[in-house]
Design a protein. Structure first.
Lengths: 220, 137
């Protein structure tokens, strides 16, 4: 059910209710969202809620339309972006990335077992190695030296990272489909597993995004 | 946000930066990352096989000042401790020593993870090395 933006009896704008952005648009908490539907809803609502429409209305109504419009904009911006949408849903589902990491460390301390790293070891190795190369490149640049072989190697690494980055987005999209199915007919355990996988995918993607950014900066 | 004096000191004069031979039997290597910010931290320890005392420690961290300071401090603290004593180091002690703000607590968590990972790697090598020694006899 969509929240009521307007009074069903008198048609007047209502105060913004603190609901999640999916509910605001009347969507289920699913991820494989048809953004053209979202866009249509957004434009329809934004025409009706826009503060200009209420320029002549009473103060209270004007304030409420402003509240509703600003929530509408936030909701639209969050849901339109595939990554923001996924991160937002995970937060709604109670996933706190940093808190999870801290708890895992505390558990490792208590049990003496090794903590499972959120980022797989081979990716960590790759990130570390590339960072070493980049550091060397920066130092060479400072010294006014030029090392074409090194540049070529970094360029290759960058390409491979970009491929991984794209592959991770495809992986995320296939998790969306699993999630949407599990919302309708899965168990809480199914959903937890999918959430964990999505967190993993996003973590790896963040890592790679930062690295590609660093590579671009170093090569400028 | 302003860094504390201790963080700046470790950042400007990091202790024990470097690396050791990963393949060596008495070296333990921990490579960990903070998904929140993309930092990556490598911490290595060299353990005396007779006493289990950590005789040397090296680190290399790519990340923010707090991550560098946390790992620099971690290497200082583990040196001279036995492996079991080093496992007692808690991230909260690093937070306290470096006066890390709440948004940088994950850096201290990362440093504790790195210590544990390095010790875990070393322990794994010891378990693998022992039967091999016995076979050799």
């Amino acid at each position: 059910m969509r929240t009521r933006h307007f009074c069903s009896a008198c048609g007047k704008v209502q105060p913004a209710v603190p609901v999640d952005y999916f509910t605001f648009f009347g969507f289920p908490r699913k991820l494989d969202l048809d953004t053209s539907v979202l866009e249509k809803e957004f434009y329809a609502l934004s025409r009706r809620l826009h503060p200009d429409v209420f320029a002549q209305a009473e103060t209270q109504e004007r304030a409420w339309s402003l509240e509703q419009s600003s929530m509408l904009n936030d909701a639209y911006r969050t849901l339109k972006d595939p990554i923001k949408r996924t991160e937002y849903l995970l937060r709604l589902e109670g996933v706190e990335l940093e808190e999870q990491s801290k708890q895992a460390t505390e558990k490792a301390r208590a049990t003496g077992e090794l903590k499972k790293q959120a980022v797989p070891p081979d990716l960590l190795e790759e990130v570390f190695e590339l960072n070493l190369h980049l550091e060397e490149l920066r130092m060479q640049k400072k010294a006014g030296e030029d090392d074409p072989a090194m540049l070529e190697e970094i360029g290759k690494a960058k390409l491979s990272l970009e491929e991984k980055y794209d592959a991770l987005f495809s992986e995320l999209k296939s998790e969306w489909k699993k999630w949407d199915k599990a919302v309708d007919s899965g168990t809480e355990e199914d959903r937890r597993k999918i959430r964990d996988t999505m967190v993993d995918v996003l973590n790896r993607r963040n890592y790679i995004r930062n690295l590609v950014r660093d590579v671009n900066e170093a090569m400028e | 946000m302003a860094y504390s004096e201790k963080v700046i000191d470790h950042y400007n004069h990091p202790r024990n930066v470097g690396s050791m031979d990963k393949a060596s039997a008495d070296v333990g290597t921990g490579l960990v990352g903070a998904p929140e910010c993309g930092d990556v931290m490598k911490l290595q320890i060299k353990v005396n096989p007779q006493t289990n005392v950590i005789e040397d420690a090296k680190f290399k961290t790519f990340g923010c000042g707090s991550a560098i300071a946390s790992s620099s401090l971690a290497t200082e603290w583990v040196k001279g401790k036995t492996v079991d004593e080093a496992l007692e180091i808690k991230n909260t002690e690093i937070v306290k020593e470096l006066a890390l703000p709440p948004v940088k607590i994950h850096c201290s968590v990362l440093a504790e993870d790195a210590i544990r990972a390095a010790i875990g790697d070393w322990k794994k090598k010891q378990n693998v090395a022992k039967p091999a020694e016995m076979q050799a006899q």
